[in-house]
Design a protein around this ligand. Structure first.
Ligand code: FE2
Length: 215
């Protein structure tokens, strides 16, 4: 059963966290920092052994994840453009058919046993991070709302304000009608939509830098 978009927003059901977004993070959005976004209802709760940067394969299984494989590459930087190393980049997403491996996801789309769905990586010396995944599928969030492909992030490091946000893909028609993304202004959207930066081994590479605020 899906709720109306208005009801979902009103109840804060997208993540149950609308009222609890960090005040500091809110205050600093719109000032050139990567904007925060709701966590959503599907932060992983099912334990898994494999959290590595390659979400297209699960350790111990022979198969590979369904869908278009892509590389996401970016840097964590501060507002002055300085790299921030040693940042924990916790990310999760739907599979290629739009289904999360979460007990509360009511989307009838099938699970993909070979899709890792959740990874935790660290930024390196130059603030760089990188992971391989599948292009997430769109999925229904309410009876009149289809979410565009996106990846959820929680970014944390001591001394910086923890950032929960979402990354979108360029050239997706659903970006314009998304109830969350369309609430952002043009400059905020520019900070949330990745850029296609080329190909590597036949896979599309998307570049996405994240600008983190100090405490
Ligand atoms: Fe989502």
């Amino acid at each position: 059963m899906f709720f109306s978009r208005r009801k979902v927003l009103k109840l804060g059901m997208i993540g149950g966290l609308l009222p609890f977004l960090g005040l500091k993070a809110c205050m600093k959005s719109g000032e050139g920092y990567t904007p925060p976004e709701v966590e959503g209802p599907f932060y992983p709760v099912v334990a898994q052994k494999d959290w590595d940067f390659d979400l297209t394969k699960i350790e111990g299984l022979d198969g590979i994840a369904e869908g278009a494989h892509v590389i996401i590459s970016g840097r964590i930087i501060d507002i002055k453009g300085n790299p921030v190393e040693g940042v924990t980049v916790d990310l999760w997403q739907a599979n290629a058919k739009g289904r999360y491996r979460h007990p509360h996801d009511e989307n009838p789309a099938p699970l993909d046993p070979n899709f890792q769905g959740w990874a935790i990586v660290q930024s390196g010396e130059n603030g760089g991070f990188r992971f391989k995944t599948v292009m997430p599928g769109k999925y229904p969030a309410a009876d009149d709302w289809v979410r565009p492909p996106h990846i959820h992030f929680k970014i944390s490091k001591k001394g910086y304000i923890e950032l929960t946000t979402q990354m979108y893909f360029p050239d997706q028609a659903l970006n314009d009608s998304d109830a969350l993304l369309k609430r952002k202004n043009t400059s905020e959207r520019a900070l949330m939509v990745a850029k296609k930066s080329g190909q590597e081994d036949g896979l599309d590479v998307f570049e996405h830098n994240i600008i983190l605020a100090k405490v």
